[in-house]
Design a protein around this ligand. Structure first.
Ligand code: C5P
Length: 310
């Protein structure tokens, strides 16, 4: 791996940042590779909502302390399964540094909701370690390290608030940030399994055509609203009446408040539904008596810097 030469970096043993969530304002799932993974074309946008992540080096042993809900993938023990932990292991394996670390995460991003919570933590750990490292990796090397951890991690390991991504999320083109806007998140007390969602999508043929993206058209919210699309919606919403209802209700709200540049979609493969709308709803009709949680945040025009201290 290559190191970044001559960067002016404050020295210290503790790095902290906010692992901001993401939404996809455009998400097109392309062909399934022989590996079972799908090629993607997507437009990522960071949110202000994020988890607090602190990484300490120069400690004895390796630890992860996570306050809040976490749903790790199946197979390993609870700590080793955590994506933030796996990011630190990947960094140490690739660079030979550090031996030990202490990671603390305070969760705020709803878990299993398509907002990239676990991936944002992993991206934040990579950024923190790279700020503390005696020989930091280049931005490209950090993205290469992030790619095997999941399709959202490369973007969430960058300092870009907005980017187009292709491949499995590792080919990135940073875009100028759009003005911040209010976004309402509808959070459900259930998640949607990402592998299941890809499977349901593979069953839909032919898929509805999505717009062709042009970078110029993505420089305004009007342009984004015109192309906003998520392939997962057609596969996921019909299986969850609650998601379908939330989408309908938020879209009807945007029409009522005459917001022509509103964007209402499923977040990633779900279950969260979001609406970027200048006057978002303060309440929603409960579906089948299910308690919905509305969270209000903003789209981000900057990514919170990593702060280093002793
Ligand atoms: O990227 P992430 O680890 O969240 O992906 C979870 C699962 O979703 C993968 O194991 C795979 O089944 C599916 N997936 C896919 N194509 C992608 C990304 C994920 O089929 N590009």
């Amino acid at each position: 791996m290559t190191a970044t030469a001559g960067r002016d970096r404050p020295s210290g043993t503790t790095a902290r940042t906010v692992a901001q969530a993401k939404v996809n304002l455009f998400l097109r799932v392309l062909a399934r590779e022989a590996s079972g993974y799908h090629q993607l074309e997507t437009l990522f946008c960071r949110l202000e909502l994020g988890d607090d992540v602190v990484v300490r080096v120069g400690v004895d042993g390796r630890s992860l302390d996570c306050a809040g809900d976490v749903i790790p993938p199946e197979g390993l023990g609870p700590t080793q399964r955590n994506l933030a932990w796996r990011a630190a292991v990947a960094y140490a394996d690739a660079t030979g540094w550090p031996n030990d670390w202490a990671i603390e995460i305070a969760k705020r991003i709803p878990v299993g909701g398509g907002l990239g919570g676990g991936s944002a933590d992993a991206g934040a750990v990579l950024r923190c370690l790279n700020r503390l490292a005696p020989s930091p990796l280049s931005d490209d090397a950090l993205i290469a390290l992030a790619a095997p951890l999941g399709a959202d991690v490369p973007f969430l390991a960058t300092r870009d608030p907005m980017a187009l991504a292709w491949g499995r999320g590792e080919r990135l083109l940073a875009l100028p940030p759009l003005p911040e806007r209010a976004i309402t998140l509808v959070c459900f007390p259930f998640g949607v399994s990402t592998p299941d969602a890809y499977g349901w999508l593979d069953e839909i043929a032919p898929r509805p055509r999505a717009a062709r993206l042009s970078v110029d058209a993505l420089s305004t919210w009007v342009g984004v609203a015109r192309v906003a699309h998520n392939d997962f919606e057609a596969a996921v919403a019909p299986r969850y009446r609650e998601i379908e209802r939330a989408l309908e209700e938020l879209r009807a709200h945007a029409v009522r408040v005459h917001d022509a540049t509103s964007v209402t979609m499923l977040a990633g493969s779900g279950a969260t539904v979001f609406s970027i709308c200048d006057t978002g709803p303060q309440a929603m009709t409960a579906v089948h008596g299910m308690s919905l949680r509305l969270a209000h945040t903003r789209t981000a025009s900057r990514v919170v810097a990593v702060e280093v201290s002793d």
